[in-house]
Write a protein that binds this ligand. Structure first.
Ligand code: DSN
Length: 415
């Protein structure tokens, strides 16, 4: 019974492994782990429970995970230079919820980036913030759409006195004006939460703004985008101990029970990798994104934010409306083994979400497997060949990817 169905499941997993290993994987929220991080996934820890903190668990049999979790917190603090770290959230949204649940009460006002402005779904009414309040006010943006309008935002904060100011987003090309908003937030008693899910690896590698150093009170993130670890979440802060304890309770029991123990060891290995190679990796990521953006622009594509140098992160945004829009273009590129996602651009309304004008491209995963500026040039050539010349390039992509199979910036070759 079910023998053929189980075999099919195994086959699909093998097919996926093979197929995505041949693609140009350019989804800005994805990443691959090193061989050694991946090798410790799926251990006995996948079967176990460990509610609570190391040394204060509600279960027996947790000594080994206690060692891993204690080390993980220690090295995360070292990597980000902060006082507190919460590693139990199992995703970025789960980390957000642990924080939001502590600060937002019904009717409170929260400010965040809108969805067309790049904001994440968990910052919206339909997502996590919306579970606690309906009063979500979007940041005013500058004409170009990719920056927050600081003067207008300051005025608005002074008038509406939000409880939380949530910076950071999913379409995230440039740093946020944290320092510029600190004083007014202090004045009205608003906490600044920086959602660094997309840029955590760039922050760790010192190639993006350091939110806590610039005055954000809490940094929430996922650990598998530019930070090249397993799929989890993290909360980092320098808040006073008493306030931090509330967030701690937001993580457990507030928003999780068990915390998926088998992804903790790979996260610890990834943290060591980032301590050793993070700066070189993150610098190459930003260089690659800027190179790809400039190359696509040169090909005649409508790359966004040209007047600001296109990007300072791992992402590139392109308006592809003249090729049928983001949905058609991402499907067409997908058929050619170039995997990216459609994205609303700042000048669009939410109603365009099914076929927005844009696509978002992330270079972090291909950087991790060793691609550099020459390959970004080649990637731009391939994308332009599909969109502008109607060519099929799937086989060419496979050939290109064949040379980039090993994860770099890791200790994979050390054993
Ligand atoms: N929505 C994801 C993205 O930015 O792709 C992150 O959760």
């Amino acid at each position: 019974m079910f023998a053929s169905q189980i075999a099919r499941v195994e086959e699909i997993v093998n097919e996926q492994n093979e197929w995505r290993g041949h693609c140009l994987n350019l989804i800005a929220s994805e990443q691959v782990m090193s061989r050694r991080a991946r090798a410790v996934l799926g251990s006995d820890f996948a079967h176990r429970y460990a509610e609570g903190h190391p040394g204060e668990r509600y279960y027996q049999g947790t000594d080994k995970i206690d060692t891993i979790e204690t080390d993980l917190k220690r090295y995360m603090k070292k990597l980000f230079g902060c006082l507190h770290t919460e590693v139990r959230p199992i995703s970025g949204t789960n980390a957000n919820e642990a924080v939001f649940s502590r600060y937002i009460h019904p009717g409170d006002i929260v400010m965040a980036n809108s969805t067309p402005g790049g904001g994440h779904i968990s910052h919206q009414r339909a997502g996590s913030v919306g579970k606690f309040t309906r009063n979500i006010v979007s940041f005013p943006r500058t004409k170009d759409g990719y920056h927050l309008d600081v003067a207008k935002t300051r005025r608005l904060i002074r008038t509406i006195k939000p409880k939380l100011v949530i910076l950071g987003k999913s379409l995230f090309l440039f740093p946020e004006p944290i320092q510029e908003l600190c004083e007014v937030c202090d004045k009205v008693g608003a906490r600044i939460v920086f959602d660094g899910a997309h840029v955590l690896g760039l922050i760790a590698g010192k190639q993006f703004q350091n939110p806590l150093a610039e005055g954000a009170h809490i940094l929430v993130a996922s650990t598998h985008k530019t930070f090249p670890g397993p799929q989890r979440g993290v909360i980092l802060s320098n808040l006073p101990a008493e306030e931090w304890r509330r967030i701690d309770k937001g993580a457990f029991p507030g928003s999780s029970s068990n915390h998926h123990l088998d992804t903790l060891p790979p996260l610890l290995i990834t943290t060591f990798e980032m301590l050793a190679f993070g700066e070189a990796y993150a610098a190459q990521v930003v260089k690659n994104a800027q190179t790809l953006a400039a190359a696509l622009d040169k090909k005649g594509l409508d790359v966004q934010a040209k007047q600001f140098g296109f990007t300072q992160s791992h992402q590139v945004a392109v308006d592809v409306s003249r090729f049928g829009g983001g949905s058609a273009v991402s499907s067409l590129l997908g058929e050619n083994n170039i995997i990216l996602n459609m994205n609303l651009l700042p000048f669009e309304s939410l109603s365009h979400h099914d076929n927005p004008a844009g696509v978002r491209i992330g270079v972090q995963e291909m950087t991790r497997v060793g691609m550099k500026e020459a390959e970004m040039q080649q990637t731009a050539d391939l994308i332009a060949a599909v969109l502008m010349d109607g060519k099929r390039v799937g086989e060419e992509v496979k050939k290109m990817r064949a040379k980039f199979q090993k994860v770099q910036y890791s200790f994979d070759d050390a054993k």
